[in-house]
Design a protein around this ligand. Structure first.
Ligand code: R5P
Length: 296
């Protein structure tokens, strides 16, 4: 078994390999002077099972293309099975044609991943709003894992919140709010959300009141921060105590982190599916556990 990290997830791949008692696989990845990507697999992969770990954050096209080159090369070099671990799966939000003529990007990306020869795919908290399960879009075996129990465990150990009310800021977030509240032994509620533009949303509370409660807001992605800022504003106006936020994929576009802090959020926690300033929780145990269960 070889664990091979692409350049977006090298350190994650190395910690997965360490957990499994393996040495990470090696590849040389660089750019030609004209901007084209160069990929060379250095490990001997013939007849081996290979797990490629490559998140698609910040420069998704770049990391996607590198993944395609890697997997195509691995299959061509005789790898027996290639399993893709794409912790942050970009383009999943464009799963529908919202305006006439739009590309169905989610479908295009899944087709490319299959075409190069990926045998099986794992994602983590992949955005599934209208698409309800990963098998609706992939024809290869697919699995969507959740980092929410790991995030909830971190919040519990940190111990900053007293019996927090867990809030999912939109209907899709109910699955994560439920998981986190179960892990913390507390209750949850969700808001409803209307999106007017990529950076403009409006959220409305459903039933539970936040008055006097510590709050944990959970979501899959923080991109512009608009969703969290709106939710925090409503919770403060309801008289919430302190508010913490936990998300799987801290994309944090532009000045999202500063704006969320200004909105009175005490602490923001994310995972290393998107490595960055708030990636306090690693998804390495989650990935390693699944590799151990299925491939070793
Ligand atoms: C969308 O429904 C997702 O679950 C997140 O709520 C959304 O991507 C967050 O984006 P932003 O931080 O830009 O509001």
């Amino acid at each position: 078994m070889i664990i091979l990290g692409g350049s977006s997830s090298e350190s994650l791949a190395s910690s997965v390999a360490t957990r499994l008692g393996l040495t990470p696989g090696k590849a040389e990845i660089k750019r030609f002077p004209d901007g084209e990507k160069y990929v060379r697999v250095l490990s001997d992969v013939k007849d081996q099972q290979v797990a490629v770990i490559q998140s698609m954050h910040h420069t998704p096209d770049d990391f996607l293309f590198e993944y395609l080159l890697l997997v195509d090369a691995l299959k061509d070099l005789g790898a027996k099975k290639v399993t893709g671990f794409i912790p942050y799966f970009a383009y999943a939000r464009q799963d529908e044609r919202f305006k006439p003529g739009e590309a169905l990007s989610f479908r295009t990306v899944t087709k490319l991943i299959e075409t190069v020869g990926t045998d099986e795919i794992y994602t983590i908290d992949m955005h599934q709003h209208r698409v309800l399960k990963s098998s609706d879009v992939f024809r290869i075996p697919s699995h969507n894992l959740s980092a929410m129990p790991l995030l909830a465990d971190y919040v519990r150990k940190e111990g900053k919140l007293r019996k927090p009310l867990v809030i999912g800021p939109d209907a899709e977030a109910e699955q994560w709010a439920k998981l986190a509240s179960e892990a913390l032994g507390t209750d949850y509620d969700i808001f409803t959300k209307k999106r007017f533009a990529a950076d403009k949303v409006e959220v409305t509370p459903r039933s539970a009141s936040a008055k006097g409660r510590d709050i944990l807001i959970v979501d899959d992605i923080i991109s512009t921060g608009g969703t969290i800022i709106e939710a925090a504003g409503i919770l403060h106006s309801q008289g919430a105590n302190q508010i913490e936020v936990a998300c799987t994929h801290p994309i944090l576009a532009t000045d999202a982190l500063t704006r969320i802090k200004k909105a009175g959020v005490l602490n923001i926690i994310g995972t290393d599916t998107v490595p960055g300033p708030i990636s306090y929780v690693s998804v390495a145990p989650l990935i390693a556990e699944h590799i151990r269960k299925t491939a070793l």
